[in-house]
Design a protein around this ligand. Structure first.
Ligand code: BMA
Length: 340
């Protein structure tokens, strides 16, 4: 039993492998990675940066599928073990709140989570440029897309899995129209998922290490723990061959999540395996989802690898929280409420 508590339901059939002996880092890879490789379904050349949830005794995912015309769409997938996925060949159909078609021009980097009885998909959508799309479903058959919550340009929209002080809370990363060479994580609140405000700065790029010195962006929906909101995120550095994306971990204040409590100065996963270092875009680890077990503290992290495949990695809440605390640094004014 873990000492740090995950405040969430149990997932009895969470995929799991123990940490290999002799391995020192706090996050370890699934031995059969990638769990989704190239050409996973007819008409889809690559799946990566995707999100999954447990659904009864099984699992459902919303996948970033690059179809054979090279454009990204959201496709559903189903699994009994959260490892082997059957992906739908046809993308999700979205309607607006009156039932009329409301289909995104493109859609990528989905996050998926349940708040109360409703599942929400948040993704990067086209709203006169990259911005954030939100849709809801209760049955994974009808998907109602809400009004665009934020102005362009913005990416990496991540909803918290419950209201905080009565409001929904969304992380985002204001961007530009291209391959954004800057960026910090902010949050916004809403009473109804329609009107958003009370914007706060959460955390800055930078710090002592160089791995997150260009930009950062939210990852999976934060995990509520007895030590704060545990959030995995991506941090980006620049090289003469382009960006390198690694994964970091941070603990945010439970009641006031624009305050960073602890933030590891080290990456917790960086591109090393060939399926991460070589692909459509080399050297990318881009986490978008976790499964986490409120009973045992096990955490399974789903990440896009090299914009080509889906990888899976594991940690436990005790291991990662203790690591983040032991290696914490304060960057810029992360520890403040972020209301400059
Ligand atoms: C970002 C997003 C991600 C992608 C990453 C690396 O800007 O577009 O979808 O994984 O670049 O190419």
């Amino acid at each position: 039993m873990s000492k740090v508590k995950i405040i969430a339901d149990a997932i009895k059939n969470i995929p799991w492998e123990d940490k290999p002996s002799g391995y020192h880092a706090p996050v370890w890879r699934h031995s059969q990675n990638p769990i989704i490789d190239r050409n996973p379904a007819k008409g889809i050349s690559r799946i990566f940066n995707s999100a999954v949830v447990s659904y009864g005794e099984t699992f459902i995912g919303v996948f970033r599928a690059e179809t054979i015309d090279g454009r990204p769409h959201l496709h559903l997938g189903y699994s009994d073990d959260a490892l082997s996925w059957s992906i739908e060949e046809v993308g999700i159909d979205f309607v607006d709140e009156t039932g009329k078609a409301f289909q995104p021009n493109y859609a990528y980097d989905p996050r998926l989570l349940k708040i109360e009885d409703t599942y929400y998909i948040i993704w990067c959508t086209d709203f006169y440029g990259a911005s954030i799309g939100v849709a809801k479903t209760t049955d994974f058959k009808t998907f109602v897309r809400l009004e665009n919550p934020f102005l362009p340009f913005n990416r990496n929209g991540v909803l918290f899995p419950r209201k905080i002080n009565g409001n929904y809370v969304m992380l985002s990363r204001p961007s530009d129209s291209g391959h954004t060479p800057f960026g910090d994580i902010f949050l916004s609140e809403s009473p109804d998922l329609v009107y958003w405000g009370k914007h706060r700065h959460v955390m800055s790029k930078g710090g002592y290490g160089w791995w997150q010195n260009v930009k950062i962006g939210g990852g999976p929906a934060p995990i509520e723990t007895s030590e704060g909101w545990l959030m995995f995120y991506h941090g980006v550095t620049g090289t003469c061959n382009g960006f390198v994306y690694s994964m970091g971990a941070v603990l945010l204040d439970l009641d006031n999540p624009s305050i960073v409590k602890y933030r590891s100065k080290n990456f917790v996963l960086t591109p090393e395996e060939s399926y991460e270092t070589t692909g459509f875009v080399d050297n990318v680890i881009f986490p978008c989802a976790t499964l986490h077990d409120g009973e045992t503290g096990k955490i399974a992290i789903y990440y896009g690898a090299a914009d080509t495949r889906v990888g899976l990695a594991y940690t436990t809440v005790d291991e990662i929280v203790n690591y983040v605390k032991a290696t914490s640094e304060t960057v810029a004014d992360d520890a403040t409420v972020g209301r400059m």
